[in-house]
Design a binder for this molecule. Structure first.
Ligand SMILES: [Zn+2]
Length: 367
């Protein structure tokens, strides 16, 4: 699938504020292509360059040391770990956890002073394979086409929220494994990601569209959730690296005739599959055009997390993951049957083998 696409957003600096990872003051927002980094890693010659961004997230996770937070039962990363997390985010951005779980949001209607607005104006944002579709309307009359998107947004954002309208958020999945039900804008999942907003403003704010730069300035991710979702990625990887292969469909991709279509799955593979599906949920198929090859099928990821999920699938399918014989860490290699993750581990193992041989020879001599 050399046809994966999707740009992602990142600020050049992040900071930790009240348990949230948020853009640093005056930080610059840019867009980049996480897949360029991934394909570069696939083509790289040296081991270090072959580690894609998701592998560096897993490595970051293994380095994070937590300390109990005084007066609470919470654990907080120590100073070095915090610095490492913020540095990682400055390189790749946040995971896009809200974008990952949300399918659509209907903002509370707003009363607008304009000749074309007799009643409240509504804004809807819904996810498409590659972006977010935004729509403004007054009940049943669409506004964008009539007065233009910019004018509709300007009027909407200046209006005041209608009393009693709490908005609706449609989520397609949850990280906690709980039920998915429509929620209001002041509830999780939506309300979790805007740490700078006072509670009374959560409902009343005219939220910009989810990929808008104004949106990213408001958006932050709880550190605890960021780390536990990275943990899900690690668990999915570990589960799929078990010796027994896991088939997500429960059947062969090309099933031979006259076989049972659904062999019983064990608990372990059920858990692995549900984690993988959670990670890849927003990945969707569409068409894109290529300079040389014309129209192509493109898999587009709606969040950085789902891009990581897709990359993980790519690497699992191509059997690029290896486990280091020395430190047991999982690493990625373009060559099969590589035994060590680094020169350091190779050296440690070589030295130990040498030492054991020397001791064995010494014992032989004594006899
Ligand atoms: Zn190693």
């Amino acid at each position: 699938m050399r046809h994966a696409a999707g740009l992602w957003w990142k600020f050049d600096r992040y900071e930790l504020k009240d348990g949230y990872i948020v853009p640093g003051k005056g930080a610059r927002l840019t867009r980049y292509n996480p897949w360029a980094n991934y394909w570069n890693a696939r083509d790289a010659r040296t081991r270090d360059q072959q580690q894609p961004a998701y592998a560096s997230l897993l490595q970051l996770l293994s380095q994070v040391k937590t300390l109990p937070l005084l007066g609470t039962d919470r654990l907080e990363p120590d100073d070095d770990s915090r610095r490492a997390i913020l540095k990682w985010c400055g390189e790749y951005g946040l995971l896009g956890l809200l974008h990952h779980v949300t399918q659509a949001v209907y903002l509370p209607g707003r009363l607008v002073k304009a000749p074309w607005a007799a009643g409240p104006v509504y804004a809807e944002y819904s996810r498409t394979p590659t972006s977010w579709r935004s729509r403004f309307h007054t009940g049943n009359r669409p506004l964008d086409a009539a007065i233009g998107w910019e004018a509709a947004w300007a009027a909407f954002s200046r209006g005041t929220a209608v009393d009693g309208d709490e908005g609706t958020v449609i989520a397609t999945t949850t990280f906690g494994g709980g039920d998915v039900a429509p929620s209001t804008i002041a509830e999780p999942p939506w309300a979790v990601f805007f740490p700078s907003l006072p509670k009374d403003q959560r409902r009343n704010l005219a939220y910009p569209p989810p990929y808008d730069s104004a949106f990213w300035k408001l958006y932050g991710e709880p550190l605890g959730l960021f780390l536990s979702v990275a943990g899900l990625l690690r668990e999915a990887l570990e589960a799929f690296l078990q010796p027994k292969p896991i088939s997500v469909l429960g059947i062969d991709v090309v099933p031979p005739l006259e076989t049972t279509p659904h062999p019983p799955k064990d608990k372990h593979s059920d858990a692995a599959i549900s984690r993988l599906h959670l990670l890849t949920a927003p990945v969707r198929m569409t068409l894109g055009s290529h300079k040389q090859h014309g129209l192509q099928i493109v898999w587009a990821a709606g969040s950085l997390l789902s891009a990581f999920g897709a990359m993980l699938c790519e690497d699992l399918a191509d059997r690029r993951h290896q486990r280091c014989d020395e430190c047991r860490r999982v690493f990625i290699s373009n060559q099969p049957n590589v035994r060590f993750c680094s020169k350091k581990c190779l050296n440690t193992a070589t030295k130990r083998t040498y030492r054991h041989r020397k001791q064995a020879r010494a014992r032989k001599k004594q006899r």
